[in-house]
Design a protein around this ligand. Structure first.
Ligand code: GCW
Length: 689
């Protein structure tokens, strides 16, 4: 495998009979005539690239029909050839398809047949083509295709935390692929290849700059940079991806135009309207603004005693005439807390700030909510804000970049975590009110909704630092397209596409990936406790790193016990933010799941878990076990030597060896800390320092 190509390897087909069959089907491809749209051009390019590499033959593109016995037909349902192949009845049926949905069908004919890829938009056709190429990469037969796919989430988005100096906030894969030295990159090929990767898993939106918008980036919405932004937008457009910009709420002031950014000031409102107009002149299909306001010292409406509603709606009004939307983040909390203050609970903040505003936001505003109430920890309960605002568009924010999950030095595959979040039943509208049904918009009929992920990509040759972290990006896209896919299915697809068909490789890597999050949890964050990391960069263990800080992220360990009492009865009352029966489940020690125990309760070290172990013994056991498990990962990986290119083998092995060094550090720091705090020895007498 060549790690630059990720899951679009297009390796030459070695299976002779499959190869002949594929050659038959793909030798001739019919595309709509006329002047090709940029998307149709991308389809052509991708087929040339994929077929050329896999089948070592050129593709013969035709317009309309062809006398060939075998033909692949790509076109909209109203095109005569598509109609002719599928028949009027099916075509009629397809008229119901949504804009991004596609159908792929094999139709047998005397002496041959047709593979038809159809959908109402060029974007849908592109998705269909990527699907076909995926099937071929996985050696699937094409003789009896009958596929219909509709993406479940309208917005399938990546958020880049890239800065124009080329750095990436919380980036672990090199520098930005978009910016260098305060300017937009000239390396368009890299962006095009990125767009291909994203489109192949159905991503349709991207915010290209950090939500912390600094001085230079504030100017991205001005004519100084818009021509260059428009170039990037053009590349993404040809892969069906809309671009968004993160904006600085204080722009009118910081750009020197006005002396206030008060959202109710008419000059300010006018200013944003003009900016929106400028932007749409350069980028007619601009997606809109992503906004971090009144969060971690970023400016926002609070400065002027205004609300989030005032701020978001002002921007929404400016974008409305052009069809743009405002994605307003709910990551708002007091980051100047006093650790002595036991009443303020950061976990409650998003709900407290936003829930009372339900129904007040304009239709083209979406609230973007992090999956948990704190901040992308190894394990957090689902944010209680999901489902709690029936009349307000909501979307999910996941973190693909591994800030708190090993920073792409440790193996930590996040699809199982995301699955748990999406499958969680909020009971917002009775049983079955799962998070996935809230964020896909179906539970409440939201006008806009979806899932965003903070990207894990940078300029490293393999995009993601750790080559196996490519699976997180792939999995994010696939899960966002269809949250009902199983983690196992997504994982197997990714491995087959990336590493090829060898069953031993598939089984081994699948096992490694699927176990890695729980392994990481074992040696880092026991029972839902978070933040035991070094302050600032967040890598490596430091149990009290944040304990006496202003960030509101405490575990309250003392010589008796540990955990945050968030109950209504004796604690911060956070559990009240959940719908019943989740509220009661978390409130009671008897029913609170072990993995969240210390998130919701403060307990003595001798408290017995459902597993029968005491809390302290669980801490020791999981930390010793974590080290053994990482050794197990290394053993597994070593058995794959020679199965694919040495460079990839060596690269992953060296990351795993590094992980092993660090996991020992984690084990010893955590175990020693809790032994010293509790004075309770390990039942099994293992070495604790
Ligand atoms: O997780 C924290 C990160 C910050 C980030 C912030 C946010 C972009 O440590 O780096 O800032 O969350 O999500 O806004």
């Amino acid at each position: 495998m060549n790690h630059y190509h990720c899951w679009l390897q297009y390796r030459p087909m070695t299976n002779q009979s499959l190869r002949q069959s594929y050659q038959q089907w793909l030798r001739c491809v019919s595309l709509p005539g006329g002047h090709p749209s940029p998307l149709l051009q991308s389809i052509r390019d991708e087929l040339n690239r994929g077929i050329g590499a896999m089948l070592q033959m050129p593709v013969d593109f035709v317009e309309g029909s062809s006398p060939q016995n075998y033909l692949t037909v790509i076109g909209k349902p109203n095109q005569p050839l598509v109609r002719e192949c599928l028949g009027p009845k099916l075509v009629e049926d397809l008229y119901q398809m949504k804009d991004e949905a596609y159908c792929i069908r094999t139709v047998a004919q005397a002496e041959g047949g047709r593979i038809v890829i159809t959908g109402h938009t060029d974007r849908a056709l592109l998705y269909g083509v990527f699907h076909l190429l995926r099937l071929m990469q996985m050696n699937e037969p094409l003789e009896q295709l009958d596929i219909r796919e509709t993406p479940r989430n309208p917005l399938r988005m990546l958020n880049h935390w890239d800065n124009m100096d080329g750095s990436v906030e919380r980036g672990y894969a090199g520098s930005s692929i978009f910016y260098e030295h305060g300017r937009i990159t000239t390396n368009e090929q890299r962006i095009r290849d990125y767009a291909r990767l994203l489109a192949s898993v159905g991503i349709n939106s991207i915010a290209i700059n950090n939500v912390n918008v600094h001085e230079t980036e504030t100017k991205l919405i001005t004519p100084a940079f818009l021509p260059d932004v428009a170039k990037i937008a053009g590349i993404f457009r040809s892969y069906g991806i809309q671009i968004f910009l993160s904006i600085n709420f204080a722009s009118p002031v910081e750009l020197g135009d006005l002396d206030t950014a008060d959202p109710l000031d008419s000059a300010v409102r006018q200013w944003w309207k003009e900016r929106a107009k400028d932007i749409y002149q350069y980028i007619p299909d601009f997606g809109g603004f992503l906004v971090k306001a009144d969060s971690e010292h970023r400016p926002g409406p609070f400065t002027y005693n205004r609300t989030h509603v005032d701020g978001a709606n002002m921007l929404a009004e400016a974008l409305h005439p052009f069809g743009g939307i405002v994605i307003w983040r709910c990551f708002v909390y007091n980051c100047m807390q006093d650790w002595r203050d036991r009443q303020t609970d950061r976990a409650k903040a998003a709900y407290d700030h936003f829930q009372p505003l339900d129904g007040k936001f304009l239709d083209n505003v979406i609230l973007q909510i992090k999956n948990g109430p704190m901040d992308f920890q190894v394990r957090e309960p689902v944010s209680p804000l999901f489902g709690a605002m029936e009349q307000t568009n909501q979307m999910m924010e996941f973190q693909i970049t591994q800030e708190y999950t090993g920073q792409q030095r440790h193996l930590c595959y996040l699809v199982p975590q995301w699955k748990e979040v999406l499958d969680f039943d909020t009971y917002a509208k009775g049983e079955g009110s799962t998070v996935k049904r809230i964020v896909d918009g179906s539970l409440y009929g939201f006008k806009h909704s979806g899932i965003a992920g903070v990207a894990n990509v940078g300029s490293d040759e393999n995009w993601t630092g750790h080559t196996l972290a490519q699976a997180n990006l792939y999995g994010f896209g696939r899960l966002t397209w269809n949250p009902d896919l199983s983690a196992e299915q997504i994982t197997e697809e990714w491995i087959r596409l990336t590493f090829g068909p060898d069953p031993q490789v598939i089984e081994t890597i699948a096992h490694m990936l699927l176990s890695s999050w729980r392994i990481y949890e074992n040696y880092t964050a026991p029972l839902g406790v978070g933040w035991m990391v070094n302050p600032g960069h967040h890598y490596g263990p430091n149990v009290d790193g944040y304990e006496y800080s202003r960030w509101g992220t405490y575990h309250y360990a003392d010589c008796f016990g540990i955990g945050v009492d968030r109950t209504m009865k004796t604690g911060t009352g956070y559990t009240a933010q959940y719908f019943s029966p989740n509220r009661e489940m978390y409130e009671s020690l008897d029913t609170c799941p072990d993995e969240y125990l210390l998130f919701f309760h403060h307990v003595p070290y001798t408290h017995r878990l459902k597993s029968g172990e005491t809390v302290i013994q669980h801490i020791y056991n999981t930390h010793f076990e974590g080290v053994e498990q990482v050794k197990g990962l290394i053993e597994k990986w070593k058995r794959l030597e020679g199965k694919f290119n040495q460079q990839t083998f060596d690269h992953v092995l060296s990351r795993l060896m590094e992980q092993l060094e660090h996991v020992k550090e984690w084990r010893d720091v955590i175990n020693t800390y809790f032994y010293r705090k509790s004075g309770i020895p390990d039942e099994k007498n293992r070495t604790i320092y």
